[in-house]
Design a protein around this ligand. Structure first.
Ligand code: FES
Length: 56
């Protein structure tokens, strides 16, 4: 199971073990982390998921 490091704008880091096939939005919402609301359920219409993916 992949471990994903979520880095907030304030530098806080949270590491989640995310099953393969799970979206980042669903993983964050299920874990109750701040920063991603997921209002449209992942349809890419509300822009409440706004992430930057690092090169690594
Ligand atoms: S839930 Fe991701 S853009 Fe709406």
């Amino acid at each position: 199971m992949p471990s994903i490091v979520f880095i907030q704008a304030n530098g806080r880091q949270d590491v989640l073990d995310v099953p393969v096939g799970t979206t980042l939005m669903h993983a964050v919402v299920a874990a109750g982390l701040d920063g991603i609301v997921g209002e449209c359920g992942g349809s890419a219409m509300c822009a409440t998921c706004h992430v930057y993916v690092g090169q690594d």
